[in-house]
Design a protein around this ligand. Structure first.
Ligand SMILES: *[C@@H]1O[C@H](CO)[C@@H](O)[C@H](O)[C@H]1NC(C)=O
Length: 535
């Protein structure tokens, strides 16, 4: 087995394990997840477009359908095979397949980058890059989550890898395309990187411009047609009052403009300036000190200019200089510009982590070949401790995070309830935001070759936002059979004409916090969602 096979396997298996440990999804993932669902369920035929989820539930801003359509098409053969072979028996299994396909994209891109590091720098740098990436928490946990940032990440990392291989034009074109279609903040990487390459005279201005134009307009030509066709019948929509069909020709630009120009970005919360420094430390974990040391080490070597002494390492110098020269301008610009925006989220800067991990990996690799024996022992011990801390933090974070999807497990409670065929089950927004997805609606009547055959007993799932259905009386009078809600106490107590309307059948717990208890750190949970049935 070649070394890169092992890298690929590891880069697939660790995030895949996360998919199985935390199989449910959050609202941020749902646009891409549900669009991929609709591709698998209804195909691409315009005759079925009216059944797609965004027609009724378009989300907070319009996004491009190109990534979910690609993800759905990639998943289709596997989903169809697994369904036909009986490997999956519920639609939830298909959700797992879609997420695993995203993990394959992730593993392919990161393996590509590791092979670049091996070729250009050293095999041990590549090894350490893979080890550090997988020991950390955020990227492996989210690699199989259909957030736009994580459909963008494999493409961004592939672009980084191409740039480090001096395939500059292709790298810039790919970054621009990703920025145009998936996440506009990737432009904060693409533009400074392209400008720096032009200033360094590694790429002519005209080539940089043509890469940007081809990447940007090329991808937009494809996505605009798809997005306009799929979005325009949805608009105008009460959830998206500020958007017209014209905006959906380029959803990323329209959404960014809406967020920034209308000041909506701050609606999501304002974070202090120090937010990204803290977020980076958490994301890097044990790689943070290696990153710091690597930069200082290479800097001192560069300043002194003396060669061939004990602490000199040509590979380290080349790695840090190469990465800093090619990718540094993008990473610095991304973080500086986003620090000026009030609303901050760690995933906006997630693309910086692989770059920092390369430097940390080069530092670890160089430390391990320092000549002095006693030094080497210390280094081994130090690296082991750093890795152990990182892995322990990741395992703990994973354990905590698994409690964050109370809306997911409710489908099991529903299965146990054995409701009669045709029952209408109404979902409130909280369970839909915390784990109940179209894939967890395991008893729908739609047939598709990408899904297991429908269950014998079928139910009707309601996500309706009609205010009448959001009250105990309204739902009861509307002949709803069961309600899934975070307000189950209110439902259980409410009465009509002196008798109760709803009884609790079960529920799911969710995360409250972490505390120090008898057994060390304990995760506190409490009931978050209840399933109620009409009396
Ligand atoms: C520098 O570090 C690399 C590991 O990245 C190692 O393979 C190489 O032997 C080191 N070179 C010197 C001159 O110490």
């Amino acid at each position: 087995m070649a070394r890169w096979h092992i890298w690929f396997l590891a880069l697939f298996l660790v995030p895949a394990a996360h998919v199985f440990v935390a199989p449910y999804t959050k609202v941020e993932e749902s646009f891409t997840l549900h669009a991929a669902h609709d591709v698998l369920r209804y195909g691409l035929s315009p005759a079925n477009w009216h059944k797609w989820d965004h027609r009724t539930f378009p989300g907070a801003v319009p996004r491009s359908f190109l990534p979910p359509i690609v993800l759905g098409l990639l998943s289709y053969p596997i989903a169809a095979l697994a369904s036909a072979a009986g490997l999956v028996t519920t639609s939830l299994g298909i959700q797992t397949i879609v997420r695993l396909v995203l993990v394959v994209c992730f593993a392919s891109a990161f393996t590509h980058l590791a092979r670049t590091l091996q070729r250009r720098y050293s095999t041990s740098t590549a090894d350490w890059f893979v080890v550090l990436t997988l020991a950390q928490f955020h990227i492996p946990f989210y690699a199989g989550r259909t957030l736009p940032n994580f459909t963008a990440l494999p493409l961004v990392v592939l672009a980084f890898s191409l740039l480090l291989r001096d395939r500059l034009w292709t790298g810039i074109a790919l970054l621009t395309a990703t920025a145009t279609v998936i996440r506009l903040e990737v432009a904060l990487l693409a533009i400074p990187i392209a400008l720096a390459l032009v200033i360094q005279r590694r790429l002519s201005f005209l080539s940089a411009l043509s890469a940007g134009l081809v990447g940007g307009f090329g991808s937009l030509t494809i996505s605009a047609v798809i997005d306009y066709k799929l979005w325009s019948p949805t608009l105008p929509h009460s959830s998206l009052p500020d958007f017209t069909p014209r905006h959906t020709l380029w959803p990323e630009l329209a959404a960014a403009y809406w967020n920034i120009a209308y000041g909506h970005a701050d609606d999501w919360g304002i974070m202090p300036r120090s937010y990204y420094a803290k977020a980076l430390t958490k994301m890097l974990a044990g790689a943070a000190p290696l990153l710091g040391l690597g930069i200082i080490w290479a800097f001192v070597l560069g300043v002194t200019g003396k060669r061939g002494h004990v602490f000199d390492n040509e590979t380290l110098r080349r790695t840090v200089a190469g990465v800093a020269r090619t990718l540094g301008p993008g990473v610095v610009a991304l973080m500086l510009v986003l620090s000026t925006v009030g609303h901050k989220e760690w995933r906006f800067i997630v693309y910086a982590i692989p770059v920092f991990n390369i430097i940390a990996a080069a530092c670890a690799a160089a430390l391990l070949v320092l000549p002095s024996r006693s030094f080497r022992m210390m280094v081994r011990l130090g690296l082991t401790v750093l890795l152990a801390i990182t892995v322990a933090f990741s395992i703990f974070s994973t354990y905590v995070s698994t409690h964050n999807y109370p809306g997911g497990c409710i489908w099991r409670t529903l299965e146990a309830a054995r409701l009669p065929a045709g029952s209408v089950i109404h979902f409130h927004s909280y369970p839909l935001q915390t784990g109940s997805s179209l894939f967890t609606f395991v008893r729908t009547n739609a047939t598709s070759s990408a899904f297991p055959a429908p269950q014998e007993v079928q139910w009707v799932y309601s996500k309706s936002e009609d205010p009448v259905l959001q009250t105990p009386q309204g739902a009861w009078l509307a002949d709803i059979e069961a309600v899934v809600t975070d307000r189950w106490r209110e439902y259980a107590e409410s009465e009509i004409d002196g008798h109760k309307m709803w009884s609790i059948l079960g529920g799911c717990d969710g995360y409250d916090g972490v505390q120090i208890g008898k057994g060390g750190l304990e995760v506190r949970t409490s009931p978050k969602i209840g399933l109620l049935r009409r009396l």
